[in-house]
Design a protein around this ligand. Structure first.
Ligand code: NG6
Ligand code: CA
Length: 527
């Protein structure tokens, strides 16, 4: 595979770096790093964390001191939008700079999906590699692994993985915590592989003799499902998909945040002497929410609140490690989320019962999956103490699709012509030097309905989808009629499409114009 050599040598080279006592560099910082022009870059990407889920974005029923401090040290963005209202298409867009609607097979991926971004595609990691950075993907992946759907041999080196997409290092969950295989993958291989328990995965049928949530509810000792999630049982929790084996490689949900954080810190430590880029995608606050004992039972909102606190802890650990190594001044941290919030996403974790007056999407309507703003508007923070003034708020209209081009501009990476074409360079906005709105942004709902946001308007294309998302029981925002909302009142309530046909027409033209661009990577994943 194209980047395997780089991947191997990247890890080896870092292991050979001289060890500098941390105390020598603390406080004043690491001069060689802090004098460098280009910062280290860490994208902390939460899962299903809503606009209203953090204290610094208005939450009052959960404490998020570490995230609050991060926001205070830089810019709190109040108008940032994920590319889609679900994980896979959002991440696809963030990492490739190309809207997921251009590409078949970019919907919520199964745990045994083949790798959706293909090795020949340009990614944000390639950009950083071009600029001489060490690169890593740690945490939730959800973009497929291996060459083909369903044909992975989980007991051997996977033939295709993030190492083929510009990431020198990866320690990832193949999909989500609620999907098999329930193991971490490190450098293309199951981490802590257990030879005594070979792994098999299927999304078609169960393996003979293996219990399932459907047939053996008595074995669901950690969490019971509220909808779906009734196939294989791992750690007393029913999952989507079947698996057999795994043994000591199987994750324990309560330790996932610790594992992800430890591996992220390990990467920082190994690369402290050179510029690095890390895509740090947490499992929090996706279902199944089953945080560590340290957090469990501490929040009035139950496991969902505990998971937010656990996310905050991860952020604190990363920041503290950067400080300890003297890297904090010249590290740019972007914190955001892949899509809006959901309360009941399939497990009986009492998130609905204990929500109280907490508003996961803040003032916005609906949440994850939806075409309303709650589906895609997300909290976002940028902090780079060396360059970005502390204590700012920006209400600039921003889409995560632009982070690839903006960060490439920051580190002087060259983007080959004809790739990542949806990503625009808005670096000055990202760094708080101006508050320029993107002229318009596109948002994709779970059923592919496309919405357009401008500062003033939100247009939702007509859709035949159901009005309510089954399971979470949330408003989808789908309607056979075109919808137009004046965003001066953020809770999209009064459809004014009829009153403003000119605006509707303009918004539809934006969508047509974007769709007409097509994709340079038109071929779908090989099946
Ligand atoms: C849904 C799952 C939900 C979650 C979602 C993906 C059921 C009933 N629901 O199909 O629990 O996994 O997919 O979430 O299975 S995402 O944030 O990764 O897009
Ligand atoms: Ca998500």
């Amino acid at each position: 595979m194209r980047k395997e050599t780089l991947l191997r040598y990247g890890t080896l080279a870092s292991a050979l770096l001289p060890v500098i006592p941390a105390a020598a560099k603390a406080k004043k910082g690491n001069p060689s790093v802090n004098n460098r022009q280009s910062p280290n870059v860490i994208v902390i990407y939460a899962d299903d964390l809503g606009y209203g889920d953090l204290e610094c974005f208005g939450a009052t029923r959960v404490r998020t001191p570490n995230v609050n401090a991060l926001a205070g040290s830089g810019i709190r963005f109040t108008n940032v939008h994920a590319i889609a209202a679900t994980s896979t298409p959002s991440r696809y867009g963030l990492l490739t700079g190309e809207y997921a609607f251009r590409r078949a097979g970019t919907d919520i991926a199964r745990g045994n999906a083949g790798m959706i971004i293909r090795p020949e595609q340009f990614t944000i990691a390639d950009a950083f590699k071009n600029a001489g950075y060490a690169t890593a993907a740690v945490g939730k992946w959800h973009l497929g692994l291996g060459d083909k759907d369903g044909e992975q041999d989980w007991n051997a080196q996977l033939p295709m993985h993030p190492g083929d997409l510009g990431f020198d290092y990866h320690y990832i969950m193949a999909a989500t915590a609620d999907r098999t295989p329930c193991v971490f993958i490190e450098q293309g291989h199951v981490a802590n592989y257990d030879e005594t328990a070979p792994i098999q995965v299927s999304y078609q049928e169960n393996f003979p003799g293996e219990p399932t949530g459907k047939d053996n509810p008595e074995l669901l000792f950690n969490l019971k499902a509220s909808h779906g999630h009734n196939q294989s049982i791992v750690n007393g929790i029913g999952r989507i998909g079947y698996m057999k084996g795994g043994g000591k490689a199987l994750w324990k949900d309560e330790n996932i945040a610790d594992s992800i954080t430890a591996h992220a810190i390990g990467f920082i430590q190994r690369h402290r002497q050179e510029p690095f880029f890390m895509y740090l995608a947490t499992n929090d606050v996706h279902v199944p929410r089953f945080p560590h004992d340290r957090f469990r039972g501490k929040n009035p909102m139950g496991f969902r609140g505990d998971a937010i606190a656990q996310f905050d802890w991860t952020v604190g650990q990363i920041v503290r490690e950067l400080e300890r190594l003297g890297l904090r001044q010249n590290t740019l941290i972007i914190l955001s989320s892949d899509n809006g919030p959901v309360v009941d996403d399939g497990y009986q974790d009492q998130a609905v019962e204990l929500l109280g007056d907490h508003k996961p999407a803040g003032p916005y309507r609906s949440g994850k999956y939806s075409t309303f703003e709650g589906g895609t508007i997300v909290p976002a923070i940028v902090s780079w103490p060396k360059k970005v003034k502390a204590g700012q708020t920006s209400d600039a209209l921003v889409s995560q699709i632009d982070w690839l081009a903006s960060l490439s501009a920051l580190v002087g990476a060259r983007i080959p012509s004809g790739v990542a074409t949806d990503s625009q360079n808005h670096l000055p906005t990202l760094l708080g030097e101006d508050h320029t709105d993107r002229p318009y942004i596109l948002e994709q709902a779970a059923d592919h309905t496309i919405s357009v946001r401008t500062r003033q308007w939100k247009y939702i294309s007509p859709s035949n989808g159901p009005a309510v998302i089954y399971g979470p029981n949330m408003e989808s925002g789908y309607s056979k009629e075109p919808q137009l909302y004046d965003m001066q009142s953020p809770y999209e309530q009064e459809n004014v499409a009829r009153e403003h046909p000119d605006v509707v027409h303009k918004m539809q033209a934006y969508i047509e114009q974007e769709r007409a661009k097509g994709s340079v990577y038109a071929s779908p994943v090989s099946k």
